[in-house]
Design a protein around this ligand. Structure first.
Ligand code: NAD
Length: 478
């Protein structure tokens, strides 16, 4: 369904994120016929470039990051015609009147701040003082949204001077993933799961976001951040909230975000023993974290695992285990809900019966599977085995799923439609930092050093122990 005509300005339109994600995503929306004829995309950045140069830049980005099958020359040409470029300085005077001349007022206006957070305030101010952004303009801001609670509050305040909360879209691309939205469809669109979705029936929940890449190339940025700030405070916390929240009264932005916020506020402080930090070693093939980060003696973590408790009626006594790391054995993001075993077994004890497990995979192969117990076929008596009810979207839904839009393009179209449901509200981000800050401060006060782990492993031994000591184990990283 086509969206309303719009002008989308991408500040940082020549940057890495614009090149790899935003512009190829917009091309796919154009190819899909979702953009009306009157929609335009305006790159804005410093650097010597004009509209022709920008079109060449975008053409090569599309050719590099969109599958060949979708790079139709005629479609690409018509996409490039939507593009304009304005050279400007986000912190100075240059280019702002040019931008004002280009951006239309009587149309949906969206301003994507694909730049570092230190530029959020200056850009918001200039959009206002130059009279570029109209009263219903939307702004999209990228991560990292602050470094701690104080800086997040300061960023919120600098945006709030010129924009109301309903105009601000804080992006977390995990929320744009098909499976994440499916988690909500699964929970609130079926009668099968929600009645069991609580401490009485759920033994524990695991959330894993594992990457095989190291921090190469991004070392100087990452070293100031670490896994806790870069991944847990935002992406894993969002996944946790959507998994644990109460049913909102409506699938509507503030109803959903109110429920997510309640979860963050109900999180217990994490005990020192319930959190493990790690840093990857090198081997003959890959560099260690310290070599990648080029900082000598850094104690920044590239891995973190923790056990969390949510203090509310629904989850009292059901732990949530979170882990994320770089240079892990596989690239895998998933949420696993492990149900309790039946209270009484009517079968012989050695039949191999175990608990149901629902796994929601964000990558690779977005989909879900549910482990159920059935009788082993044959004449061997009443022996039980676990089989997965597998629903890999690409298999179950064919072409439609394989061609599902990428998270960024979906979220940008939500911005144009004015739907904030899948974006973080200011108070949510602040609350997530307020929970994160004492953990990081504790590490600093204690001079905590991360445990070293081998590259392409499952992280430090202590992370395995975190579950072992509770009589549980992590799902395998494949
Ligand atoms: P980048 O360094 O590749 O690009 C920065 C862009 O900002 C360039 O277009 C540059 O011209 C422009 N810019 C910088 N200073 C400017 C100024 N004073 N005036 C005008 N333009 C200016 O950065 P990136 O990797 O594209 O990241 C952009 C933002 O997105 C950052 O906040 C980053 O943390 C975030 N982000 C990036 C990625 C990624 O994969 N690259 C992923 C998630 C979030």
């Amino acid at each position: 369904i086509p969206v309303d005509p719009f002008d989308l300005v991408i500040f940082g339109g020549t940057g890495d994120l614009a090149r790899r994600k935003i512009l190829p995503g917009l091309y796919r929306r154009h190819l899909d016929g979702q953009m009306p004829d009157d929609a335009r995309i305006i790159g804005a950045a410093r650097g010597d470039m004009d509209t022709d140069g920008y079109r060449t830049f975008v053409e090569s980005a599309v050719r590099e990051f969109v599958s060949k099958k979708k790079c139709n020359p005629k479609v690409l040409k018509s996409f490039l015609e939507r593009l304009r470029f304005v050279q400007l300085d986000a912190t100075g005077k240059q280019g702002w009147t040019d931008l004002k001349d280009v951006v239309r007022q009587d149309i949906v206006q969206a301003f994507y701040f694909s730049v570092g957070p230190s530029l959020f305030g200056p850009i918001a101010e200039r959009l206002h003082t130059h009279g570029i952004a109209g009263p219903t303009a939307r702004i999209v801001v990228e991560k990292p949204f602050g470094h701690d609670e104080a800086s997040a509050r300061a960023l919120n305040a600098s945006l709030a001077k010129h924009f109301d909360e309903y105009q601000i879209y804080r992006i977390d691309h995990y929320l744009g993933k098909e499976t994440v939205q499916n988690l909500m469809a699964l929970r609130f669109g079926n009668m099968l799961f929600e009645p069991l979705w609580n401490a009485q029936y759920v033994d524990h929940i695991q959330i894993t976001v594992a990457e095989t890449v190291g921090v190469e190339g991004r070392g100087s940025y990452y070293d100031k951040s670490g896994a806790m700030r870069d991944m847990v405070q935002n992406h894993l916390m969002q996944l946790l909230c959507l998994t644990a929240m109460e049913p909102p009264s409506k699938f509507e932005p503030n109803a959903v975000r109110d429920e997510k916020l309640k979860i963050i506020r109900a999180l217990d402080p994490v005990a020192t023993d319930d959190i493990v930090r790690g840093q990857y070693r090198g081997n003959d093939d890959v560099a260690s974290y310290l070599e990648d980060a080029e900082t000598g003696a850094s104690t920044t973590e590239s891995f973190v695992a923790m056990k969390l408790q949510i203090s509310n009626w629904r989850w009292n006594g059901t732990p949530f285990y979170l882990r994320t790391g770089k240079r892990m054995r596989g690239r895998m993001s998933e949420i696993v809900v492990r149900f309790k075993e039946p209270p009484h077994s009517i079968f012989d004890e050695d039949t191999g019966q175990s608990a149901n497990e629902l796994s929601i995979r964000l990558q690779p192969n977005e989909g879900m599977d549910l482990k159920v117990t059935i009788k082993e076929p044959g004449l061997g008596g009443m022996r039980l085995i676990d089989v997965p009810l597998d629903m890999t979207f690409a298999d179950a839904l064919g072409e439609e799923a394989a061609d599902a839009p990428d998270a960024y393009e979906r979220l940008i179209m939500d911005v144009i439609r004015g739907n904030q449901t899948l974006f973080m509200r200011g108070d949510e981000v602040e609350a997530a930092w307020a929970w994160t800050d004492p953990i990081i401060a504790g590490w600093q006060d204690r001079g905590d050093k991360p445990k070293l782990y081998d590259p392409f492993s499952t992280g430090p031994e202590e992370a395995l122990m975190l579950l072992h000591k509770d009589g549980r184990r992590w799902r395998e990283i494949r």
